[in-house]
Design a protein around this ligand. Structure first.
Ligand code: IPD
Length: 264
């Protein structure tokens, strides 16, 4: 069952990625702003979400839906699809080839505190990369198994993070980074949370954290990272400011307690 759900997520995410890439090549502009003047949505975000939603409704009409760009819908099967049509929208807008389509399916509702993500797929169409996982069956990149790195220490670890769209929150996040940067090898900010988690899964970075993520930013990526061997923590440290932090087992305890200490 979970492997069928994964196959569906993969085929829809690949098709959606092709659509998004076509639109990118035709030219992209801002259609609207959301939480702040720099939190943008393009026509492609909306079109790609509608495409994914339509495909899911045809394949699994009873399932629920939670997406970044449209109203959520409760289902009757206990399963909900969690979709970010274009994660890394600002990269997409600037034609930086680091944006993704993220499709996950969970049981137990849409709250990360109670859900169990069963399967997920993150596609980076510009790079032709397809990351996927189903619960208990490992994570893959292009169908081949991937696993997290084994850093010798936190001070040797390359850590990725991201920033929100609200100016005040970004200032707080910069303070956290300034405390962390002397404790680790270096910091990366690549611009798409789902791809950061997949980079962790593939051993391209050693750890990741970000506060303030939405469910669709990390539903698929967190499963992929966990299935690749990462310890993944999702915590509601402050109301509405969800923290996602993940690292390989060897540095997880030290990393996660440092993240908590810095108030990330
Ligand atoms: C954003 C990206 C970014 C992260 C932001 C997210 P969006 O998602 O994942 O890397 O730092 O917190 O909101 O808006 O591009 O779908």
């Amino acid at each position: 069952m979970t492997s069928e759900l994964k196959d569906l997520a993969v085929s829809i995410a690949i098709e959606a990625g092709e659509l998004a890439l076509r639109r990118r090549r035709e030219g992209v502009s801002v259609a609207a702003t959301k939480s702040s003047a720099v939190d943008v949505v393009t026509a492609a975000d909306r079109e790609v979400e509608a495409f994914i939603r339509g495909r899911l409704a045809a394949a699994r009409p009873g399932d629920g839906f939670l997406g970044e760009e449209s109203d959520s819908a409760l289902g009757s099967t206990g399963l909900t699809w969690i979709v970010d049509p274009i994660d890394g929208t600002v990269n997409y807008l600037y034609d930086i080839p680091s944006w993704a389509v993220s499709v996950a399916v969970a049981e137990g509702g849409t709250d990360p505190a109670t859900w169990r993500v069963l399967a997920g797929c993150v596609v980076n169409p510009s790079m032709g990369e397809v990351f996927a996982a189903s619960a208990g069956a490992g994570a893959t990149l292009g169908g081949q198994p991937v696993s997290v790195s084994a850093p010798s220490s936190l001070s040797q670890s390359l850590v990725a993070t991201g920033f929100g769209y609200d100016a005040e929150r970004r200032r707080e996040q910069a303070t956290t980074v300034s405390r962390l940067i002397g404790e680790v090898r270096d910091i990366r900010r690549m611009g798409a949370a789902s791809l950061d988690l997949c980079a962790l899964a593939a051993g391209r970075i050693d750890a990741y954290y970000e506060r303030g993520l939405s469910a669709w930013d990390f539903a698929a990526g967190a499963l992929i990272a966990a299935e690749a061997g990462a310890v993944v923590e999702v915590a509601d440290v402050r109301e509405g400011r969800r923290l996602v932090a993940a690292a390989p087992p060897g540095i997880a305890e030290e990393f996660l307690s440092l993240i908590r200490e810095t108030g990330a």
